[in-house]
Design a protein around this ligand. Structure first.
Ligand code: 13P
Length: 278
């Protein structure tokens, strides 16, 4: 098993009516926890990091670790740039061997989003990397304090967007948002169903933290093939570190590291089992 492109993982998920978990990572413990969960469940996953997160987890350090973990894993793993904000970052991720990239131009008008996404698709084509793009606006903001107001994806525009950009996967906005939801979101499954009807690429659900298992299953039944989980893993690690610190008189780095990896492993495994939809 190996480092693979994201596209075939999503195509296999389509055939088996399941979704692939895309787990955000920010340090070694997160990478180790996620890979262990994937190996134990014998399930391919995606390891990803968003450009904003590179402020605390530099690409030069994270990328070799993510790529190496994927290459050595007992299951197939794709390594993905989540919410790229600049062409420079997309280029850097590709040069480190990322097998998939997303540049988030969702705040641009449709024409601008199409133009920038085409630029990314041309770059990705040089290495054969998979391309994900977002249309509509997912709420919150991955790795930033700014809150984006949700704007649901227009199915007709989605069809045009995919045709003109040639992307491999489309991130939809159906009432989902990044971060912890203040109240359970009301996902617009009617819009998702229509997007799935008029498009032919795998669909991506961002803002997975806090979405219920039943909602995940319904989304999968309507064409969602990649589900992003970030906050739940970051929170699980932070809580484990806090619990560890409060539980011992003499803190030990190695025990702390193991507790952090374990917490991420538990969270990733829980989600993998739901996404496998068996
Ligand atoms: P959450 O932080 O809500 O899990 O969202 C993750 C995500 O969509 C990353 O792009």
């Amino acid at each position: 098993m190996a480092l693979v492109k994201m596209k075939p993982l999503l195509e296999a998920a389509e055939k088996e009516n399941r979704a692939v978990g895309a787990f955000s990572v920010g340090n070694m413990e997160m990478v180790m926890g996620a890979v262990r969960a994937a190996e134990e469940t014998n399930t391919p996953i995606i390891l990803q990091i968003a450009e904003k997160r590179l402020l605390s987890s530099p690409l030069e350090l994270m990328a070799p670790m993510m790529v190496s973990a994927a290459q050595r894993a007992k299951v197939d793993i794709a390594v993905h740039l989540d919410h790229g904000l600049t062409i420079e970052c997309v280029k850097a991720a590709l040069s480190f061997g990322f097998t998939s990239v997303m540049m988030d131009c969702s705040l641009l008008p449709l024409e601008g989003n199409i133009e920038k996404t085409k630029e990314v698709a041309a770059l990705a084509a040089e290495t054969g990397a998979t391309v994900e793009a977002e249309l509509g606006v997912v709420g919150g903001n991955e790795g930033d304090t700014a809150e984006h107001k949700i704007l649901c994806t227009d199915p007709a525009a989605a069809s045009r967007f995919i045709r003109e950009t040639g992307i491999d996967a489309l991130a939809v906005a159906i009432g989902n948002a990044h971060g912890n939801y203040p109240v359970l979101p009301e996902l617009r499954f009617d819009i998702l169903e229509e997007i799935d009807r008029v498009t032919d690429v795998p669909l991506v659900l961002h803002g997975g933290t806090g979405i219920t298992d039943d909602m995940f299953r319904r989304a999968i039944s309507l064409g969602i093939r990649k589900i992003n989980i970030a906050t739940a893993s970051f929170d699980a690690l932070a809580k484990a570190a806090k619990a560890y610190g409060g539980g011992v008189d003499t803190p030990d780095y190695f025990a702390l590291s193991a507790a952090c990896a374990e917490a991420v492993y538990e969270n990733v495994k829980r989600h993998i089992l739901v996404f496998n939809n068996r």
